[in-house]
Design a protein around this ligand. Sequence first.
Ligand SMILES: Cc1cc2nc3c(=O)[nH]c(=O)nc-3n(C[C@H](O)[C@H](O)[C@H](O)COP(=O)(O)OP(=O)(O)OC[C@H]3O[C@@H](n4cnc5c(N)ncnc54)[C@H](O)[C@@H]3O)c2cc1C
Length: 313
Amino acid sequence: MTSLPKHCAPSRGRRLAESWLRSIPGIREREPLARHSWYGIGGTAEFFLELESDVPLARILPRLVAEATPVFPLGLGTNTLFRGPVLPGLTIRLATETIQIDGQTVAVSAGFPMPRLAAETAKAGRAGLEFGAGVPGTVGGSVFGNAGAFGTEIKDRLISADAIDPAGSVHSLTAADCQFAYRDSAFKSGPARGFIITRATFSVQPADPSAIRERIKQVQRHRRDTQPIDKRSLGSTFKNPPGDSAGRLIEAAGLKGRRIGGAQVSPKHANFIVNMGGATADDVLALVAEMRDAVRQRFGIELEPEIRIVGAA
Ligand SMILES: Cc1cc2nc3c(=O)[nH]c(=O)nc-3n(C[C@H](O)[C@H](O)[C@H](O)COP(=O)(O)OP(=O)(O)OC[C@H]3O[C@@H](n4cnc5c(N)ncnc54)[C@H](O)[C@@H]3O)c2cc1C
């Protein structure tokens, strides 16, 4: 075997970190990320761990910090574009799926899918979370980004969120602590950045299950009619600028249907970029840049991405 030149060889600290990571039960190396993003796009995760319980996090996170190993918490990848050949460090996919409905509160684990949360609470005759039927990601990803649909956002329903900080300490944050704003939170851009959300508690009201199910059907019908849900996408590419709609601006700038490689501005909804097959992160990012440029030049408005772009260029 040829040895690496000295300046390329991993340091002793790095080798120790890698051998510790390899000792974690269930750890995977070079996991293809395309299968963990709704886009079906991605290189590989250097290390990847799927957890059905959040208990190991308090032990794993401080060690990752001590070893200067980056960590990326992942839900269902419905808002995440992976770019670059390798995502360094440890990607942790939270697949925790527990739910407790008690009176007017619902406590649910971060890995629970939002559409299932809507369905389970409807079945139990609790109203308020029907909007979850329109958000295909997890509770954790949705708290992180204050997801919303059809006039309701996470912030309207959340009582508290439990999270673990990088030192392994557990916190219970009130809705005020979460500092929710339009598609934003303390986890995304505030003091809780780097925390991993493990659980959320929502308020709900008793109601007739068939009436709640009817509202869920309305949400699903509206999505089918207005969004390209038969294609791979990450939902809305950009946030809506104040008082306007990103989709309207992109359409008015003439980009509906514009295609670069395998990525296309959806002919059904101009704020969605869909993967027509074989799209790369570069195809998507080239379209993102073109959409921003066109809207800036035509309307003087700077569109802000809603999708998360993760990994090195
Ligand atoms: C067809 C389609 C329609 C959509 N419609 C909507 C919509 O109507 N409204 C809307 O708001 N969104 C919508 N989205 C976007 C997406 O579903 C939401 O943003 C969702 O909340 C993301 O959840 P996720 O689990 O997939 O997050 P991921 O994509 O896995 O992660 C998103 C971000 O959250 C972070 N994160 C995930 N889990 C945790 C955790 N436990 N702790 C800390 N950070 C975490 C990740 O690190 C990442 O930065 C849509 C997407 C698609 C594909």
